[in-house]
Design a protein around this ligand. Structure first.
Ligand SMILES: NC(=O)c1ccc[n+]([C@@H]2O[C@H](COP(=O)([O-])OP(=O)(O)OC[C@H]3O[C@@H](n4cnc5c(N)ncnc54)[C@H](O)[C@@H]3O)[C@@H](O)[C@H]2O)c1
Length: 454
């Protein structure tokens, strides 16, 4: 999907010259200007705006009436050093063109300070472009803790810190536009950029969640995946490609995404050299292996792998909204293939599951008698003493003791007589045990009972 048809600056300049010569077109020009996406009264904070893409964003927003905070630490491409000159130069350029801008020299890691600069200078913050970035490329095996941490601190943690500082102000004023800068290295991976790609993918996740949490406050968040000539890509992109990928070609997309008329949120947009597109998640039709009430085994997964990864059928867009509904439909479908005797819908089962709670009190002697009753002895295994001797430190209840309260409970329900019972013990992930009892009642219904042992 092409996102935006905004003209690049040289094209606009051409329109001005043409219209000055041609009176009859002046009305067209006027309507074009009236149509211009403006940011008068808006405060835009661009991180890492001392050069490259950030600088272009700052210039573009300022040229459209925004008050701009030009944040830049002014370090080198690997994250070393600091210098106020980079941000100052951009501010100077904006002011010399009649725009409004202030510089901020803090690291994005000090998000509160960066946002405070916007509040102190302009009293609010409407648009936040998380753009600051560094590179510390290494093949994965050679990536040091420092390479990993520094890249994450600037890209992911930095974006988190600045956004979290801006968030309450945007929520309060019920207006905010946030951009997270991701990368094809995150979306597709890239040799030598494990640290960078992980952080860049994290930014997409962050943006997705902000879009969920922010929508009701009219705080919208999108991620961008730009490719442009800058100091970060110098030497990586071939010279002729480098020339065609001017950062100023990216700015119009970002400006549009942050305009009040653009209601996109939770999107990921890729752009390069004046081209733009939307990225989405898709999933194959997949395969439901749990049919006819069978248990899914790794062998079944192996035998169905071609189906699971088959993209020849209808491909579905993976949207957040439909994800859970989709899953429920699949589960319904799987349950519908269970033999008639067990084919209750999930809803019916859930209803049936709402059996009134009851409690059952038991003592040590009940537990010991049960253990003896089911044949527990110390002859076979001396550790079984814990089930038989209440004076021991590790005195325990045999987990299947859970059937006793369940039996007592079911015997109180006059219409129920069960034909079989299956037990499943869950004790791996809790500091207590859960026994799941599934009763087949007259081959027509199932009753699930969860028993918790503390
Ligand atoms: N250029 C591309 O093709 C491309 C592709 C994908 C993503 N990106 C991303 O776009 C963003 C801009 O990159 P660019 O190509 O313009 O590079 P750039 O190096 O020209 O700009 C990055 C700016 O961030 C600043 N910065 C670094 N650490 C900072 C910190 N802790 N606090 C504040 N400022 C800091 C730098 O001083 C620099 O001015 C980066 O996040 C980058 O990862 C760029």
């Amino acid at each position: 999907m092409i996102l935006c048809t905004s003209r690049s600056l040289p094209e606009k300049f051409a329109i001005f010259l043409l219209s000055a010569q041609c009176q009859s077109r002046s009305r067209d020009l006027f309507s074009k200007m009236a149509d211009e996406l403006r940011f008068d009264g808006r405060v835009v904070l661009v991180t890492g705006a001392g050069g490259g893409l950030g600088k272009e964003y700052a210039l573009a927003f300022a040229s459209r009436g925004a008050s701009v905070v030009v944040n830049d630490l002014g370090g080198d491409a690997k994250g070393g050093g600091k210098n106020s000159a980079a941000a100052d130069k951009v501010v100077e350029e904006i002011r010399s063109r009649g725009g409004k801008a202030v510089a901020d020299y803090n690291s994005v890691e000090d998000g509160d300070k960066v946002v405070q600069t916007a509040l102190d200078a302009f009293g609010r913050i409407d648009v936040l472009i998380n753009n600051a970035g560094i590179l510390r490329d290494r093949s994965f095996g050679r990536t040091s803790d420092v390479d990993w941490d520094l890249v994450h601190r600037v890209h992911l943690r930095g974006a988190f810190k600045v956004t979290r500082a801006a968030w309450p102000h945007m929520r309060k004023q019920k207006y905010g536009k946030i951009i997270m800068t991701s990368s094809t290295s995150g979306v597709l991976g890239n040799f030598g950029q494990a640290n960078y790609s992980a952080a860049k993918m994290g930014l997409i996740g962050l943006s997705n969640t902000l879009s969920i949490e922010g929508t009701k406050y009219n705080v919208l968040s999108n991620a961008i995946v730009p490719t442009a000539a800058s100091r970060l890509t110098e030497g990586i992109l071939p010279p002729d490609v480098f020339e065609a990928l001017k950062p100023e070609y990216i700015a119009p997309f970002v400006v549009y995404l942050c305009h009040e008329s653009c209601l996109e949120t939770g999107g990921v947009f890729e752009m390069a050299g004046g081209w733009g597109a939307q990225l989405r998640w898709h999933e194959s039709a997949g395969a439901m292996l749990r049919k006819g009430g069978v248990t899914v085994t790794p062998e079944m997964v192996r035998d169905n792998w071609t189906k699971i990864t088959d993209w020849s059928g209808p491909v579905k867009e993976k949207t957040r909204e439909e994800n859970m509904t989709d899953l429920m439909t699949k589960i319904e479908e799987a349950n519908a293939t269970v033999p008639e005797s067990k084919s209750l819908s999930m809803k019916e089962k859930t209803k049936q599951h709402k059996i009134a709670e009851s409690s059952y009190t038991y003592e040590a002697k009940d537990v010991i008698l049960y253990a003896l009753g089911v044949g527990v002895t110390v002859q076979e295994d001396s550790s079984h003493l814990k089930f038989l001797y209440e004076g021991g430190d590790d005195f325990s209840t045999l987990p299947t003791f859970g059937v006793i309260p369940a039996q007592v409970y079911c015997s109180k329900i006059p219409s129920i007589s069960w034909t079989s019972v299956t037990l499943e013990l869950l004790n791996k992930c809790y500091d207590y045990q859960i026994l799941i009892l599934t009763f087949d009642i007259s081959f027509q219904q199932q009753v699930l009972q969860f028993i918790r042992f503390d």
